[in-house]
Design a protein. Structure first.
Ligand code: CP3
Length: 360
């Protein structure tokens, strides 16, 4: 295994361990925070760098991916407590042999999606993750060096159902009806596909922390969630834990089952260390349901269109609801391209100020 070398000892020691301290239940001085899509189009420095480079070219070029990953860390300094590697969930379907392009204004698009069960034959049989996704490992290695221990680095993957949905729809969709029709008409083939995706995700997931994005899970009924999401995300967390524990590590894993309110209690009983919560969920009720599990989230990204005062007041309520322990702040979904970077700063400062007062 070429990438066995992603050991902590090979990298500069971590100076900011807040997230790990929260997971261990240790004493902290403020609630840690990071933001989904913290590297992205809302940052002028990102738009400038992207101008000459196609989206997936940035993902595939470790120097560029590293540069973009560091942009929010350089800009916000110690207001941020984690970084997330610049990449996309679509690199996994690409590694499985499907062409996926980032179409401006439309998002990720597959010119030849999977339509019928026979199309599964078009997928690469045994994906060699080191070969096909080695560029992500290289980007992670380089970024961990360049971060110099300032903050830990998240690796991530799309969840099996979310990736299956894109691979069948060919792009984002309002209803995901083509993909969901598979679950009802071809349940066996659906499971073959979900397992194929799961088998690529497991060896692919590296980083100091991991987040699994099951962003399309809210499209499913609770029954479909139980049958087509749970078994695969459980396999992923169990295998990732088993593998890393064998190497003497415990890598915290976070799950974002966006929109799946009904699943919080079930998820809180799994080995996932963190449950990311979207903004439609009430912090206090979610805390009661999830008991002592670490929760992450969840302000409406649109809060960042509000004034500094509005942002502060909402942060107070959010932290009141989740509590300052077993909690990592984030948004309820990613940054939008028209967000003002200054308003994200207000949000990060409010989290620092409100939580550090409560932790005194
Ligand atoms: O900073 C970070 O969060 C790390 C980078 C990251 C990106 N995508 C970069 C990106 C991460 C973690 C993702 C995950 C991702 N990608 C998800 C799961 C999270 C979620 O949003 O629910 C999904 C569903 C995707 C697929 C995807 N990629 C979509 C739907 C889009 C289009 C979005 C849009 O508004 O156009 C992308 C493109 C994308 N991924 C961009 C970035 C910075 C913008 C593309 C650009 O620069 O032109």
């Amino acid at each position: 295994e070429k990438y066995k070398a992603l050991y902590d000892k090979d990298f500069p020691p971590l100076k900011n361990k807040l997230i790990f301290q929260v997971i261990k239940g240790e004493k902290i001085h403020k609630v840690p925070v990071w933001i989904m899509r913290q590297a992205g189009r809302y940052l002028p420095e990102y738009r400038k760098g992207r101008a000459n480079n196609e989206f997936f070219k940035v993902c595939q070029t470790p120097e560029l991916a590293c540069e973009v990953t560091l942009q929010p860390i350089d800009r916000y300094g110690d207001l941020l407590d984690a970084s997330i590697i610049f990449s996309d969930i679509m690199v996994v379907p690409q590694a499985m042999g499907l062409v996926c392009e980032m179409v401006p204004g439309k998002g990720p698009t597959f010119p030849e999606p999977i339509r019928k069960p026979e199309d599964l034959k078009r997928l690469t049989d045994k994906v060699n993750v080191d070969d096909s996704l080695g560029y992500v490992f290289d980007a992670i290695t380089l970024t961990r060096q360049k971060l110099d221990g300032r903050v830990p680095l998240f690796g991530f993957s799309g969840g099996p159902w979310t990736l299956m949905a894109y691979m069948i729809e060919g792009s984002g969709s309002k209803t995901y009806s083509k993909a969901k029709a598979w679950l009802y008409n071809h349940p066996k083939d659906s499971k073959v596909l979900l397992q194929k995706i799961t088998d690529v995700i497991i060896p692919y997931l590296v980083g100091q922390l991991i987040q699994l994005f099951e962003s399309n899970s809210g499209e499913l009924s609770p029954q479909c969630f139980t049958e087509f999401v749970m078994p695969y995300i459980i396999q992923i967390v169990d295998k990732v834990k088993e593998k890393t524990e064998a190497l003497g590590y415990n890598i915290p894993v976070s799950i974002f089952a966006r929109g799946s309110h009904y699943a919080i209690e079930e998820l809180s009983k799994t080995k996932f260390d963190i449950i990311q919560v979207d903004w439609t969920m009430d912090p206090k009720k979610t805390r009661e349901t999830a008991k002592a599990k670490v929760l992450q989230g969840n302000a409406d990204p649109s809060l960042l269109y509000g004034s500094k005062e509005t942002i502060y007041q909402n942060v107070e309520k959010m932290i009141e609801g989740f509590g300052v322990k077993k909690y990592i702040a984030n948004l309820g979904h990613g940054m939008y391209p028209d967000h003002d970077p200054e308003h994200l700063k207000y949000y990060l400062e409010a989290i620092r100020d409100v939580s550090s007062k409560k932790l005194k």
